[in-house]
Every structure is written in structure tokens, then in C-alpha cells.
Design a protein around this ligand. Structure first.
Ligand code: HEM
Length: 415
């Protein structure tokens, strides 16, 4: 998850005087992306027909509505995510003045990024994986026991959200916030990532980030138990990490971990429940979970800004232009994945981009896979006839897909 937003904000906000966001001249492309159609309910549930239409035009396509390049090809997305010389996360490199409240692990580039990333990696290592695994399984058992007799229940509110909030705060070694306070704020941040398409979501997203940073500040006021947060707070000064960057980055881990992991449990389970029960297998290996991330991962867009004129695919990209990588589209690129529209639990190799790539690749991938393995494995084994009760209600998020609710049932004795 990207703190500033996974793709560009409206130009007037992101591109103050001096920065550029302009229509490329003379590239000869007729751009007919109709990008707002991504917000239609059918596309929120399945955007791939739109991605395929874009790919037919070009795998690197200029969109004049949001003034950004839409990258749907695997090789092009892979290249841009790794090429820190030409494509930046730290938009100060293209002259955009970023406020200190937005400087974090996700919005810095090397060498600043390297320092905070190494520190956060140390934090992940300071957390005890066995305690985390036990916490996840115990919480899951408790949450499933509470709903298994219900005729129908909402998997989002009753399982995915409470489970991941517990897992991520346990990982960080910090107190668990009140779910009814935290979840709406956290969703407001995700809405803000789509502000190119929904400009009204930008300011509330910034305000919600400030509130979560305040929460991270509160954690530091009392002694923390040994673990992730305690370790990084202690080590930050000697690691040369600024206090504000540290707080913002702790917020990022909480927000990124909660949102992506909980949304994946929902998009993943929805995908599994659409498979007829006689053809299902428990998704309880790293390999199977990774195939589900490739096919139904929640993160659909990651953006970078171009630092100097360069070429991506066959397109000339100019300094100051934004490239938005559509990871979901790249993950179904037939040039890389055989039979990309099918789930193949034994797919090898599986170099999907669902966890990103390059210097900003996901730091929590292992944790995410572990939570998903426990959840899908347990549900698959314990409730082989689990079913969808009604069509899910998607959240209006293009960058990070998710559902308002997913009504399901574990009862096979009821119609
Ligand atoms: C299935 C679940 C998850 C998915 C699909 C996912 C996906 C991603 C992606 C695509 C990125 C790359 C962002 C970029 O290129 O700008 C990323 C970065 C990140 N993720 Fe995850 N993530 C997941 C779970 C988690 C969890 C559980 C945590 C923490 C506990 C986490 C923490 C992070 C952090 C801190 C970064 C930023 C790394 C950096 O900028 O250096 N993620 N994630």
C-alpha cells in the first residue's frame, strides 16, 4: 500500500507549479480508456474485461482523463517497479513538495528509503513468528466458532477485519485500537488513493492519515513489550531515521498490513467460493496462496513518477509524467503466465507482481501468506460446503479492491 496514493492524485493537488503533468505530444495514440468505467459495480468485481481492452490498444497507454500512463503489460510493470533511476516514489525528485507528514518508508527513495527499510526489516525480525502464528490460529478459531451456526454472516466484518487487525497489532507489539474507530478511518485512507477518479476523497484521506499517525505517537508514550515497534523505536536514532519518518512508517505498516491482508482474505475467499465445492482444494500452502494472490490479489495499482525522459515498452515517457502499473492486469499477461485466466495451484514458477517488485516490494508478504494459509486452509478443511449467500457488495476502490460485505454460510443443512 502506498501512503501517498497508489496512483496520481488530481494534477492540481499533486502537481503544484513547477511539476509537470501533460499530454504526451505526437505519440499517435488514440486514448479511449474510459477509465471511470472501473468504478462501475461490475468492474469493481471484475475489472479484467476492461484491462484486456486496454491491452489490445497498447500495454503502455496514455490516459488523458487522469493524465497518466496505464501500464498493463508484465514486463513493462516489472521494469518500472524496479527502475529507481528512472521511476521514483519520492516525488520531490520531480519537484513536488511533499509535506513531512507524508514522508515514510513508502514515499522515500534510496538512500533515505534504504535506512528506514532496513530498520523496518529488523522490526519484522524482532517479532516472534510462532506467537503470531498461534495468535492468528486462536483468533480464527474463536471467530469461526462464533459464526459457524449462523444461517448467514458477513465474512468481512465478522472474520477478515477482526482477524487481520489482531494479527497486525500483535506483529507490531502495540495495543489493538477499537475496531469501530479504526476501520472507517483506515478505509478513508484507501478511498483517498483513488482521488484521481474521486477527487472528493483526497482531503479526508490526508486527515485520516494524520489521525493514524497520532495513534502511532500514542503507542510510544508507554513502554512497549519487546518486539517490532519497541525495537525500531529504540534503534531509529542510531539508524539515522528521523522521528517523523519513523512514526509515519509505523502507521504505514499498520495500515498496509491491515488493509491488504484483510481485503485479500475477502477477494481470495470470494474466488474460492465461486469454485464448485467438488472441485475445491484447501489453499494451505505458500504456493497455492501465491497463485491466489496472482489471480485475485487486492492491490491493482501502483504508481511512479518519471525522473528523466526514458522509454517503457514502446512508449517515450517524459520527465514528470506518472506511470500507473496495473498489477492485476500484469498478473494475467499471457506472454508470461500460461493459461493466465485459470487458477493453477501448482504454477511454477509464479513470478506474480501481487506483492510488488523492486526496492518497495511488500515487506509483509510472508505475514500475509501465513494469515491467508491459516484462514483458507482452515475454512477449506472445516467447511468444504461453504457457500456464497448473495452477490458481494464491492467497495468503490479501484486501487485496492475490497468488499463492503461478503455474505456466506457454512451450514449445508439449510437451503
Ligand atoms: C495479501 C496481502 C498483501 C498484499 C497483496 C500486499 C501488496 C503490497 C504491494 C503491491 C506493495 C508494493 C508497493 C509499491 O510498490 O509501492 C506492498 C508494500 C508494502 N507492504 Fe504489503 N501487501 C500485503 C500484506 C502486507 C502486510 C500483512 C504487511 C505488514 C504487516 C505489509 C506491509 C507492506 C509495507 C510496509 C510495504 C512498503 C514497502 C516499501 O515501500 O518499502 N503488506 N505491499
Amino acid at each position: 500500500m502506498v501512503d501517498r496514493g497508489r496512483w496520481n492524485h488530481p494534477p492540481q493537488r499533486v502537481f503544484p507549479a513547477g511539476a509537470r503533468a501533460m499530454t504526451p505530444e505526437g505519440n499517435g495514440h488514440v486514448t479511449d480508456t474510459n477509465i471511470l468505467s472501473l468504478l462501475e459495480p461490475a468492474a469493481l468485481l471484475d475489472p479484467h474485461p476492461i484491462y484486456r481492452r486496454w491491452k489490445e490498444q497498447s500495454t503502455v497507454l496514455w490516459d488523458s482523463d487522469i493524465e497518466a500512463w496505464l501500464v498493463t503489460g508484465y514486463d513493462e510493470a516489472f521494469t518500472a517497479l524496479r527502475d529507481i533511476e528512472n521511476f521514483c516514489q519520492d516525488w520531490r525528485r520531480i519537484g513536488v513538495d511533499t509535506p513531512p507528514s507524508l514522508l515514510s518508508l513508502q514515499t522515500l527513495d534510496p538512500p533515505d528509503h534504504t535506512r528506514i527499510r532496513h530498520l523496518m526489516l529488523e522490526g519484522f525480525k524482532a517479532a516472534d513468528p510462532q506467537i503470531l502464528e498461534r495468535t492468528v490460529q486462536d483468533t480464527l478459531d474463536e471467530l469461526l466458532a462464533a459464526v459457524e451456526g449462523e444461517k448467514t454472516f458477513d465474512f468481512v466484518a465478522k472474520v477478515a477485519e477482526p482477524l487481520t487487525l489482531r494479527a497486525v497489532t500483535q506483529l507490531l507489539g502495540v495495543p489493538e485500537p477499537d475496531k469501530d474507530w479504526f476501520v472507517p478511518l483506515s478505509n478513508t485512507i484507501v478511498d483517498g488513493m483513488d482521488s484521481s477518479l474521486r477527487p472528493e476523497c483526497y482531503e479526508p484521506g490526508v486527515e485520516a492519515r494524520a489521525k493514524l499517525t497520532e495513534l502511532a505517537g500514542e503507542w510510544l508514550k508507554s513502554p512497549l513489550p519487546d518486539g517490532f515497534a519497541a525495537h525500531v523505536v529504540k534503534r531509529a536514532p542510531s539508524a539515522g531515521v528521523d522521528h517523523e519518518v519513523l512514526l509515519n512508517s509505523l502507521r504505514v505498516v499498520l495500515q498496509a498490513g491491515f488493509q491488504t491482508a484483510s481485503r485479500f482474505l475477502v477477494t481470495g475467499l470470494l474466488t474460492l467460493l465461486r469454485i464448485p465445492s467438488e472441485n475445491r482444494v484447501p489453499v494451505d500452502t505458500d504456493q497455492a496462496v501465491n497463485e491466489l494472490v496472482r489471480f485475485a490479489g487486492p492491490v491493482h495499482v501502483e504508481s511512479r513518477a518519471c525522473v528523466q525522459d526514458t522509454v517503457l515498452g514502446e512508449q517515450k515517457i517524459r520527465k514528470g509524467e506518472i506511470v500507473s502499473m496495473f498489477l492485476g492486469a500484469a498478473n494475467r499477461d499471457a506472454r508470461v503466465f500460461e493459461d493466465p485466466e485459470s487458477l493453477r495451484w501448482d504454477r511454477t514458477p509464479n513470478r506474480h507482481l501481487g506483492f510488488g517488485r523492486g526496492p518497495h516490494a511488500c515487506l509483509g508478504a510472508q505475514v500475509a501468506v501465513q494469515v491467508a494459509r491459516s484462514t483458507f486452509g482452515t475454512i477449506g478443511r472445516r467447511y468444504p460446503n461453504a457457500r456464497l449467500v448473495s452477490e458481494p457488495v464491492p467497495r468503490p476502490n479501484v486501487t485496492e479492491h475490497g468488499m463492503h460485505s461478503l455474505q456466506i454460510s457454512f451450514r449445508d443443512d439449510l437451503p
